[in-house]
Ligand binder design. Structure first.
Ligand SMILES: [Zn+2]
Length: 99
């Protein structure tokens, strides 16, 4: 069974429907893994009144990359840290050998 970090879905404090009728997250958004009852940062979904979006992948709600981020007002920083940044954002150094 694969449990890659990128497989996380989304839980959010609000919802709306896009023109196609797809339920999308709004408001404050947390990372959530399908099959668990709490967010990645430890909030219990029911007590925090968070809605689950098993069909929305975490990267989709990130303002810089997501296609489902239109109504997202806040991305939980602890969940974001837990998910890690995208691989292509890691710093790299150019090796520049002299001639
Ligand atoms: Zn969170």
């Amino acid at each position: 069974m694969r449990t890659r970090r990128q497989a996380a879905s989304v839980a959010a404090s609000g919802t709306w429907r896009d023109p196609d009728g797809v339920r999308l997250p709004a408001g404050e958004v947390h990372a959530w893994t399908s099959g668990t009852n709490q967010t990645l940062c430890g909030l219990p979904l029911s007590r925090a009144r968070l809605l689950r979006f098993p069909h929305v992948a975490w990267p989709d709600i990130l303002p810089e990359s997501g296609g489902s981020a239109d109504r997202v007002q806040r991305v939980c920083p602890r969940c974001a840290a837990a998910m890690g940044r995208r691989r292509d954002e890691r710093p790299w150094t150019r090796t520049d050998p002299r001639p």
